[in-house]
Design a protein around this ligand. Structure first.
Ligand code: GRF
Length: 203
């Protein structure tokens, strides 16, 4: 049997997507496991979840480096130390730099139906625009902001009484399932193509 796909998961917040991956990896025969969790800030629930599950963690804060390029280099090295096959950006609120992207294959999950509403406020921006359907997207990460090849998406209807918070919570329920399904499919096929046959463009 092939060894489980080694994942490094990057988080900034509550880490519920991370938890979904950790839980799925406990299934007997799961084709992946989380070997390290990285964050761009201390003291988050996401890091606590990792520690609680016995997963090694690292923190790499932008303000601790003189330049953004230094931070990028340091983050790439910390990720490399865990020797991942795939990096999952799951609520990591920083744009990854060229060194990380040159050395690692990275997917991201975003709470809107890309290419609509990229950036840090996908849920709020979709509501403000007045769309009736939004959702979430899992995509390969390239040098742009939420511009990489789309792997999978889920749709969520916006209700009249939704707030940004209620809508985001409903999106996250589907987002967690989507992320686990995508990672499982990538781990099983190892072709570095998404379930829809879209390649990462790297191999
Ligand atoms: C997710 O909706 C992710 O797409 C967005 O932030 C949220 C992170 O949630 N960027 P969690 O930290 O996994 O609970």
């Amino acid at each position: 049997m092939t060894d489980p796909l080694r994942l490094v998961v990057l988080v900034s917040g509550s880490g519920s997507n991370l938890q979904a991956l950790i839980d799925a990896a406990t299934d007997p025969g799961a084709p992946f496991r989380v070997v390290a969790v990285g964050a761009d800030r201390d003291g988050t629930l996401g890091l606590e979840r990792a520690v609680g599950n016995g997963i090694p963690t690292f923190v790499c804060r932008v303000p601790d480096y003189t330049t953004r390029a230094d931070w990028d280099e340091a983050l790439a090295r910390l990720i490399s130390d865990a020797a991942p096959d795939l990096v999952v950006s799951a609520g990591f609120m920083k744009v990854l730099g060229p060194t990380v992207l040159a050395r690692h294959r990275v997917i991201n999950t975003h709470p809107a139906l890309l290419p609509s509403f990229p950036g840090a406020h996908g849920v709020r921006d979709a509501m403000a625009h007045g769309v009736r359907v939004t959702g979430c997207t899992c995509h390969w990460v390239d040098a742009g902001v939420d511009t990489g090849a789309i792997i999978d998406q889920r749709a969520v209807r916006i209700e009249d009484d939704d707030t940004v918070e209620t809508l985001h919570e409903r999106i996250k329920v589907l987002e967690r399932d989507m992320l686990v399904e995508v990672v499982r499919a990538l781990a099983q096929h190892r072709t570095w193509q998404g379930p829809d046959g879209l390649s990462s463009g790297r191999e």
